[in-house]
Design a protein around this ligand. Structure first.
Ligand code: UDP
Length: 471
């Protein structure tokens, strides 16, 4: 009986929906909607596309003129051979991507050394096959065009520069290339393209990361575990199920400077289970020392991803540190954004030494597996080193100013600044009095030490080779 009533009800709803659609008012509504869509297309989307195309034509034309001597040189070196490779363009239409054909011998070497091979791609931009900025031009069949998400990627022309390319070079290529492409497609426009073109300047300097870089590297005497963000999260989850307490430290250029003058801190970093490379300074150091850092694994970017993983694994955490009231606001942020993640306890970071035992007691009673300590470096890492066993937690990590960001007390640098590797500049502007020494002096001191380390390792290598009688 109840089943019949339900069927009757759904039939009535269907008839009502059909009536709404095909009645005069319904027809009028549909026409209005179509008109609105066309107006939007004409007034908003078309001018954006036209402005973007004009930018591409003007820039490629100017570059072709300015770089014509190099183009002529490239043509000569390649023996006047142009190579055509099939790529998928806008709306999945195939086109030929131009480059100078590889040449044999010395001519080929010069062509590659001068990075001239891809210069003819400017003709693709001028012709309209490509844009300056857009998702990477993929090979037919490289992405599945039937998937809706992948199809949306082809709504725009492929580009010479892409948002993913910029993020890879800044070591913040978290997530997938497709998601980054869709982020670009959803927000693209002339200003976005100009911004990405400007961000390409530091990106060229940073160079490309090497995914197959070694798992363990050492920078200024600090042993680092060279992981991607996803690998770091996986490692933390594994350790949460392990039987041995684990200390994790995030090491940035400032930490390396502190460790240089503070032997106790250096010892803690050396004895920690994992030190992750945090920030653009470490990326540059890795590049200079030929030990490429896979990804920027910093606490602030790791935190939301870790909360998601904790929620899925049904695990909770304890928040320790920052000014009174801050950890409470972080707990609220977690509740709103990752409701499955349990905050099992919290405590501000300005308790008296005599309160320490009761704080540790609360930590043990909370049953939290993960402990985040936000006292700033080196205090947080020294504290974890001293008290890890007493906390009864499985994984403890020092997270610096993370609570200030997620409590909403301190805004984080915008994404475009992070893509330029300039988050430090934003922090410097926020707190010039406290940060000028750390960044304006510290960054240079750090890079100087790295260059020195490189030179001394070369010297000792040459010395070893000399002693061994040459190569
Ligand atoms: N802090 C604390 N107890 C202390 C000293 C500092 O809880 O005794 C907190 C401080 O309120 C701030 C964080 O530690 O929230 C340090 O932030 P900072 O920006 O210095 O850390 P960074 O990320 O630069 O290491």
């Amino acid at each position: 009986m109840a089943e019949e009533t339900r069927q009757d009800q759904s039939r009535t709803e269907e008839i009502e929906a059909l009536y709404r659609r095909y009645s005069r008012a319904g027809q009028l509504r549909q026409r209005l909607r179509r008109a609105l869509r066309s107006t939007l297309w004409l007034l908003v989307i078309q001018p954006i596309a036209a402005a973007k195309r004009l930018f591409d034509i003007a820039l490629s034309f100017c570059l072709l003129i300015v770089l014509s001597p190099l183009l002529a040189l490239g043509a000569l070196l390649s023996g006047m051979q142009l190579q055509r490779e099939t790529r998928l363009g806008q709306w999945c239409k195939t086109y030929n991507r131009y480059s100078f054909a590889p040449a044999a011998g010395l001519r080929g070497k010069i062509l590659n050394w001068l990075h001239l091979r891809n210069l003819p791609v400017l003709f693709n931009v001028l012709k309209g096959d490509m844009a300056f900025v857009g998702p990477r031009a993929v090979l037919p069949g490289e992405l599945d065009p039937r998937e809706y998400a992948a199809r949306r990627r082809y709504n725009v022309r492929p580009g010479i520069l892409s948002l993913w390319w910029i993020r890879r070079r800044a070591n913040i290529d978290y997530g997938s290339e497709l998601d980054t492409d869709l982020e670009y497609v959803d927000s693209h426009g002339l200003m976005q393209d100009i911004g990405i073109s400007l961000r390409a300047i530091p990106a060229i300097l940073y160079g490309q990361g090497v995914p197959s870089a070694p798992d363990k590297i050492t920078i200024l005497g600090i042993p680092l575990t060279n992981l991607t963000m996803d690998e770091a999260i996986e490692t933390i989850l594994e350790r949460l199920d392990g039987d041995r307490p684990t200390q994790i430290c995030f090491v940035n250029a400032d930490c390396a400077n502190i460790a240089y003058r503070n032997p106790a801190y250096l010892d803690v970093l050396r004895s920690a289970d994992y030190c992750f490379a945090d920030g653009i300074g470490l990326k540059l150091a890795g590049k200079l020392l030929a030990q490429e850092i896979r990804q920027n694994v910093n606490g602030t970017d790791l935190f939301p991803r870790l909360c998601e993983a904790l929620a899925a694994a049904g695990k909770g955490l304890f928040l320790l540190g920052a000014k009174p009231g801050v950890a409470e606001d972080v707990a609220k942020w977690i509740e709103q954004n990752h409701p499955g993640t349990a905050v099992l306890g919290l405590q501000h970071g300005y308790f008296q030494p005599e309160e320490e035992s009761s704080v540790l007691e609360r930590m043990r009673a909370s049953g939290a597996g993960l402990l985040l300590v936000a006292f700033g470096a080196p205090k947080q890492d020294l504290w974890i080193h001293q008290h890890l066993q007493e906390t009864n937690t499985k994984v403890a990590m020092g997270v610096g100013g993370l609570f200030d960001f997620y409590s909403g007390r301190m805004p984080r640098a915008p994404q475009w600044l992070r893509e330029m590797g300039m988050e430090w500049l934003y922090r410097l502007i926020q707190e010039p009095g406290r940060m000028w020494k750390r960044y304006l002096v510290g960054n240079f001191v750090f890079l100087f030490r790295v260059v020195w380390e490189r030179m001394s390792s070369r010297k000792s290598l040459n010395h070893d080779v000399e002693r061994a009688g040459g190569f």
